[in-house]
Design a protein around this ligand. Structure first.
Ligand code: 7TS
Length: 427
C-alpha cells in the first residue's frame, strides 16, 4: 500500500495557510489510502465531479441498513418510526446548514439537476409565458440551461445569457442592462463555476434582481460544499445542490425554496406520499416538503447526507474555504511554471476549488490519460459546460479540482505528472 504523503507546503509571504489538519482528514477517507496503479499513489483531483466519502458517512449508512431500515412516513412500527426520524433528522441538519427558516423549505431531490428541473417544470411551467425573460449565464452547467430551453420551446419565453469576460467573470453591466430593459421574471446562475472556479457575486446580483421583481435561483452545486451559504442572508429564492459533491452519497440532493413560493407551486411528480387525499375524481396535495417528494425516497442516502453535513460543518466551512484557497494559490503558482500551459478563469482570490487548463499541442483527453498512468485523477472534456468552452474557443480542458483531503503534495504530484506527459509528447 502506498504511503500517503500528508505534507502541505508553507505558504509564501502574502499567501494563505490551511487551517485544516490534512493528516487527520486523509485518515477519514479509506478510498484515498490506495494505489491507482502498482507503485502509483492515488492522487484524487476530481472532486468537482464527485467527492469521496469519509468513514463517518459510510458507517452511518451501513448502521442505518443494519439496524433501522423501513419505509418512511408509513408504518407505525418501531423501524418505520426510526427510519422516519433519521430521514427527517437529516433534513433538519440540512436546514440548519444553509440557515433556512423551516424544514418545509428543504425538498429532497436526486441531485442539483433534478432540483433545477423541478423549478423549471413546476414554477416555470406555471409562471412563464411568451414575452417573459429568464436570465442565465454563458458559464452555466448544462443542467441550468437545458431544462429552460426545453420549457422555452413549449411555452415561448425568451432566454438571455449573461456574457463571460476574458477574465472568466460575469459581465455585470450586461446583467444590469437585461434587468433594466427586459421583462425578467427569473435569474438562474451558478454561485461557483465548475470550470473557471469563479465565485460569482450572487448577493449583489440577487438584490438587483429583486429590485425589478425577478426571482433568483442559485445553482449551488460547487458552492455549498466549499463555502458557507446562508439562504436568509442572501435572500435567495431557490437554491439547488447535491450531497455527492460534499462528502455525501450519490442519489440525493436538495432544492431549497422560500415557503410561499413552494406553497404556490404545483407538484412536479405525482404518486405516493405527496398527497393528502385521493379520489377517482381528483387529489389534494400533502404539506411541504412532501408535496414534492413522490414515492419512496432515497432514505439511506438522506441519512448519509446528514452525516456528511455533520462532517463538513465539523471541519468548519470557513476552514474548508481557506484550505482550498491555499491549495488553489499553490496550484496556480506551480502550473504557471509549466511552458505552454494556459489556465482558464480568474486569479486565485476570485475563485474556488478548481483549476481548468490546456496544454499547447496536447488534447485534454491525452493529458488526463497520461496523468492517470501516474495515479493522478483529473477530468478532461467540456465538463458539461459546452457554451463556456465555445466562449473561450477550446473544445476541451483538463481540470484539477480539490476538496478537504487534498494537499499541496497532490499538486506536486500533478505537476510532476504533467512534465512526464510533456516528455512523452516531446514538448
Ligand atoms: N451545476 C454545477 C455547477 C455542477 O458542477 C454540476 C455537476 C451540476 C450542476 C450537476 O450536478 P448533479 O449532481 O446534478 O450531477 N458538475 C460536474 C462536473 O463538473 N463534473 O462532473 C459533474
Amino acid at each position: 500500500m502506498a504511503k500517503v504523503n500528508q505534507t502541505t507546503h508553507d505558504p509564501k509571504p502574502g499567501q494563505t495557510r490551511s487551517p485544516l489538519n490534512s493528516q487527520v482528514i486523509l485518515n477519514d477517507f479509506p478510498i484515498l489510502n490506495q494505489e491507482a496503479h502498482p507503485g502509483k499513489r492515488l492522487v484524487f483531483l476530481d472532486s468537482a465531479a464527485s467527492s469521496q466519502k469519509p468513514r463517518q458517512v459510510i458507517d452511518t449508512m451501513t448502521a442505518y441498513y443494519e439496524h433501522d431500515h423501513a419505509n418512511v412516513h408509513r408504518g407505525l412500527h418501531a423501524l418505520s418510526e426510526r427510519a422516519t426520524d433519521a430521514y427527517e433528522g437529516a433534513r433538519e441538519k440540512v436546514r440548519q446548514f444553509i440557515n433556512a427558516r423551516s424544514y418545509r423549505e428543504i425538498v429532497y431531490t436526486r441531485n442539483t439537476t433534478e432540483s433545477m428541473n423541478l423549478v423549471a417544470g413546476s414554477w416555470g411551467r406555471a409562471n412563464l409565458a411568451a414575452g417573459d425573460v429568464v436570465v442565465l449565464s454563458e458559464m452555466e452547467h448544462h443542467s441550468n440551461i437545458v431544462p429552460w430551453q426545453i420549457l422555452a420551446e413549449q411555452t415561448g419565453f425568451t432566454i438571455r445569457y449573461i456574457p463571460v469576460t476574458d477574465e472568466g467573470e460575469l459581465d455585470l453591466d450586461a446583467y444590469a442592462a437585461f434587468l433594466r430593459d427586459e421583462p425578467v421574471k427569473l435569474v438562474s446562475v451558478m454561485h461557483v463555476s465548475n470550470v473557471l472556479g469563479t465565485v460569482n457575486p450572487v448577493e449583489d446580483m440577487i438584490r438587483q434582481a429583486h429590485a425589478v421583481g425577478a426571482l433568483f435561483m442559485i445553482d449551488g452545486a460547487q458552492s455549498v460544499p466549499h463555502l458557507a451559504v446562508d439562504v436568509q442572508a442572501l435572500d435567495v429564492d431557490f437554491l439547488a445542490f447535491s450531497a455527492h459533491k460534499m462528502a455525501g452519497p450519490t442519489g440525493i440532493g436538495i432544492l431549497y425554496g422560500k415557503r410561499a413560493l413552494l406553497d404556490a407551486m404545483p407538484p412536479y411528480m405525482g404518486g405516493g406520499d405527496m398527497i393528502r387525499r385521493v379520489t377517482l375524481e381528483g387529489s389534494e396535495w400533502n404539506d411541504l416538503p412532501h408535496k414534492f417528494e413522490a414515492g419512496t425516497p432515497a432514505i439511506a442516502e438522506a441519512v448519509g447526507f446528514g452525516a456528511a453535513v455533520d462532517y463538513v460543518a465539523g471541519l468548519g466551512m470557513d476552514n474548508i474555504l481557506a484550505h482550498e484557497q491555499h491549495i488553489v494559490e499553490y496550484g496556480m503558482d506551480r502550473l504557471a511554471e509549466v511552458p505552454g500551459l494556459t489556465i482558464y478563469g480568474p486569479e486565485p482570490s476570485r475563485r474556488n476549488g478548481v483549476i481548468a487548463f490546456a496544454l499547447k499541442d496536447m488534447h485534454a483527453h491525452d493529458i488526463a490519460q497520461l496523468l492517470d498512468v501516474e495515479g493522478v485523477a483529473v477530468r478532461a472534456g467540456h465538463h458539461c459546460a459546452m457554451p463556456l468552452h465555445q466562449r473561450f474557443g477550446v473544445a476541451a480542458t483538463a481540470r484539477a479540482s480539490f476538496y478537504v483531503y487534498n494537499t499541496t503534495a497532490d499538486v506536486d504530484a500533478l505537476i510532476e505528472a504533467i512534465y512526464n506527459a510533456r516528455n512523452i509528447f516531446r514538448l
